[in-house]
Design a protein around this ligand. Structure first.
Ligand code: ZN
Length: 306
C-alpha cells in the first residue's frame, strides 16, 4: 500500500505520486515500446504497439524525424471549444469519478476532432476510456500499476485512469482532485492525439534506434512534455466554459507545476519547471485560441526538454 501511504502525505509537500512511482510501477510487454520506466501518475505513460488507424496523412511515407518534427498536426488551426461544462459531481466515490471523467472525455473528443481531421488523422477514432479502481491493470500494452496511461494497440486505443488516486486527493482537497482529474485525462488524451497522428509510434521507433540511454530518455521527455502541452492546449480551448478560473485554476496551476521528474527519480518526463512551461505554452498559445502547433517539443532545444 505504498501509494496510499504516499497519498496520505500529500498535504505536506509535492504531488505524492512521485514517491510511489519509482518503486511500485511496473510494466511488461513483448513490445520494445514498453520498456520505459514509469513516472508520476499525472503524466502516465504512453505505449504504442502495432500501427494506429490510417488517416490520409499516415499513408504518406515519411521519415520518423519528419513525422515527429513536421507533422501536419503543428499546422492545424484553433482548437475549438467543445462547449461542455465541468460535471458538478463529488469525486469522493468511484461512480462520481467515472461520471466526471466520462463527461470530460466527451469534451476532449469534441475539441480534438477538427484539428485531428485537419492533420489527416483518423479523427473519428476514439480511445476507450477505462476508469477503474484497481492498483494494477492488465492491458494489451502490459501489466501497469498505479498510474494513468495510454495504450495504442493494433489500431485501437485505451486510456486507463485509476479512480482511487483521485478519490484520495478529494479527501484532502476537492478542488485539487478536480484539477488533477482534469489535467490527467487531458494529458492522456494528448497521447491519443500523438498516436492518431503517427507521432507516438514514430517517437518509440526513434527511441529504439538510439544507442544511448540518455538519448532515449530525452525522446521520452519530448513525448511526455508534448502530451502535457496538448493537454494544456485543449484545456485552454475550453477555458471559457470549463471553470479554468479562481480556485480551480490555482489548483490546476499547482498540479502542472508539481508534475514531472522528481528528485532522484527517472528522467523520463521532464523537469518540473519544463513541465509547467509546456503546459502553459499550450494553454496560453494565443489570447483567444490555442493551437497544437505550440506543442512541437520535438524541435525544441534539449534544454527546453531537460
Ligand atoms: Zn504521458
Amino acid at each position: 500500500m505504498a501509494t496510499v501511504g504516499a497519498l496520505a502525505g500529500l498535504a505536506a509537500v509535492a504531488l505524492p505520486n512521485a514517491q510511489a512511482a519509482q518503486t511500485t510501477s511496473t510494466a511488461t510487454t513483448a513490445s520494445t515500446a514498453a520498456t520505459a520506466s514509469q513516472s508520476a501518475p499525472v503524466d502516465g505513460t504512453a505505449y504504442a504497439i502495432g500501427n494506429p488507424p490510417a488517416g490520409d496523412a499516415l499513408t504518406t511515407k515519411s521519415s520518423l524525424t519528419n513525422v515527429v518534427q513536421y507533422n501536419r498536426l503543428y499546422k492545424t488551426g484553433a482548437i475549438p471549444t467543445s462547449n461542455c461544462k465541468e460535471l458538478n459531481v463529488s469525486l469522493r466515490t468511484f461512480s462520481g469519478v467515472v461520471a466526471y471523467e466520462n463527461n470530460l472525455f466527451k469534451c476532449l473528443y469534441g475539441s480534438w476532432a477538427l484539428p485531428l481531421k485537419q492533420a489527416g488523422a483518423a479523427y473519428k477514432v476514439a480511445p476507450k476510456l477505462v476508469v477503474h479502481n484497481s492498483r494494477t491493470v492488465n492491458s494489451n500494452c502490459g501489466v501497469v500499476t498505479d498510474t494513468a496511461f495510454f495504450c495504442g494497440y493494433n489500431g485501437k486505443a485505451w486510456i486507463y485512469i485509476p479512480a482511487y488516486q483521485i478519490m484520495n486527493y478529494w479527501k484532502q482537497s476537492p478542488t485539487m482532485a478536480r484539477a488533477y482529474a482534469t489535467f490527467t485525462l487531458s494529458h492522456e488524451y494528448g497521447h491519443h492525439v500523438q498516436w492518431l497522428t503517427g507521432i507516438l509510434n514514430a517517437s518509440w521507433q526513434r527511441s529504439a534506434a538510439f544507442s544511448t540511454n540518455a538519448a532515449r530518455l530525452e525522446e521520452s521527455r519530448r513525448r511526455e512534455l508534448q502530451a502535457s502541452c496538448l493537454g494544456g492546449a485543449v484545456d485552454g480551448a475550453n477555458k471559457r466554459n470549463y471553470p479554468f478560473s479562481g480556485g480551480f485554476m490555482s489548483q490546476y496551476n499547482w498540479v502542472i507545476s508539481h508534475s514531472g521528474d522528481q528528485p532522484g527519480g527517472p528522467r523520463d518526463h521532464g523537469a518540473i519547471k519544463n513541465h509547467a512551461f509546456w503546459v502553459t505554452a499550450g494553454f496560453n498559445a494565443r489570447h483567444s485560441f490555442t493551437v497544437a502547433g505550440n506543442c512541437n517539443t520535438f524541435r525544441a532545444a534539449s534544454s527546453a526538454v531537460a
